[in-house]
Design a binder for this molecule. Structure first.
Ligand SMILES: [Zn+2]
Length: 368
């Protein structure tokens, strides 16, 4: 099932809403028009914040395929380079936008001698349905407060918040990138744990959800960076062994015959060939249904998955691992020649080996 839906496209970036966001929107609509307008403004600001990160990324030559809105914020899918200065620029651009907008709003309030409402007042007026919410004072105060809070929250030195990334990139100017990520990640875990605890103590379910989500996101990103380091310097072709050859079966073979003649209990994937010997697709035993076994004339060719993913053998593991981890199977190829394959399971099995192998040698004392 699809988990997010596109709203529109801007600067080549697909702006999408997560399915949980749609449910959240329904709740907000039920709560009344004032609440809806309130959240509409907040999410427009969050979207603008993510767009600022994205523009900074695009200017640094990094493509941004999508921005996803979630009930508790936005996520721009930016593959940050392991370059501290670029990361610093991209991470700072979002909060910078919030502080800039807050500054302009505050300046306008001062210039036009308007009243500045505090955050509590803003919320109270909204809940009361006070008509004052349609005044310039209210709107500008809201812009100032929301942007200030969002900017400050994002600048928490907790990885993977923007502030945590800033902290990591500054650390990475001096120490190893993976080590810097680990330290920033640990601080992040502590800050988010505090957020969850504060949420429990004050019965604030929102803080608990956001804290747990960020703890999870932080752990995942740290693991990914460490994994990259484990395979540093290796190419995709280096990590496929002789055993990684897939059995080749001709597409015209009937499924029934395939099961008796070719299928093996310890083999899940098979390469399915066209008559001219070219590759048609991959057969995944886990996706062959009982129903297709009943059909006498069903061939393996008709069941082969033709939109399989490939990674060139000459690509570095660091570059190719994202594809491997997000697909059931990825073929490793040298042009048209299939060298072998990789699955997330096989990949994780190898991590221990390579993390031991890539460790700097221990100094041992010699006994003479
Ligand atoms: Zn941000």
């Amino acid at each position: 099932m699809r988990s997010s839906f596109r709203l529109f496209k801007v600067l080549g970036i697909s702006i999408e809403v997560h399915i949980t966001f749609i449910l959240f929107l329904l709740l907000v609509l039920i709560a009344g028009p004032a609440t809806f307008v309130f959240f509409f403004i907040i999410f427009s600001i969050i979207l603008a914040h993510e767009l600022c990160h994205s523009i900074a990324a695009i200017l640094s030559g990094i493509p941004v395929p999508r921005i996803i809105l979630l009930p508790f914020g936005g996520l721009a899918s930016i593959e940050l380079p392991e370059n501290p200065l670029t990361e610093l620029k991209i991470s700072l651009s979002g909060p910078f936008f919030n502080f800039f907008l807050a500054g302009i709003s505050l300046a306008l309030i001062k210039l036009l001698s308007l009243h500045l409402f505090g955050y509590g007042q803003l919320l109270d007026m909204l809940v009361e349905g006070n008509t004052g919410i349609f005044t310039a004072s209210y709107v500008l105060s809201m812009l100032a407060m929301v942007n200030l809070l969002l900017g400050l929250f994002n600048m928490l030195p907790a990885f993977p918040m923007d502030g945590g990334r800033v902290f990591r990139s500054i650390l990475a100017l001096w120490i190893d990138y993976a080590k810097a990520t680990q330290i920033a990640g640990r601080i992040g875990q502590m800050v988010f744990l505090l957020l969850v605890l504060a949420g429990i103590l004050t019965f604030n379910i929102w803080w608990i959800i956001v804290g747990l989500f960020l703890m999870y996101a932080s752990g995942g990103e740290v693991k990914f960076v460490l994994l990259k380091k484990t395979f540093q310097g290796l190419l995709m072709r280096d990590i496929i062994s002789e055993q990684r050859k897939l059995p080749i079966v001709e597409g015209s073979v009937f499924v029934k015959d395939f099961m008796t003649m070719f299928a093996k209990p310890d083999q899940r994937f098979y390469l399915i060939a066209n008559q001219d010997g070219t590759l048609k697709g991959i057969l995944d035993l886990n996706e062959v249904s009982q129903a297709s076994m009943q059909e006498k004339l069903k061939t393996v060719g008709s069941l082969a998955k033709e939109d399989y993913e490939t990674v060139e053998g000459s690509v570095s593991v660091e570059e190719g691992m994202k594809k491997i981890l997000s697909n059931d199977i990825t073929l490793i190829a040298d042009g048209d020649v299939v060298l072998g394959y990789m699955t997330p399971e096989l990949f994780f099995e190898m991590t221990q080996f390579y993390s031991l192998k890539n460790k700097p040698e221990n100094k041992t004392l010699s006994i003479s």
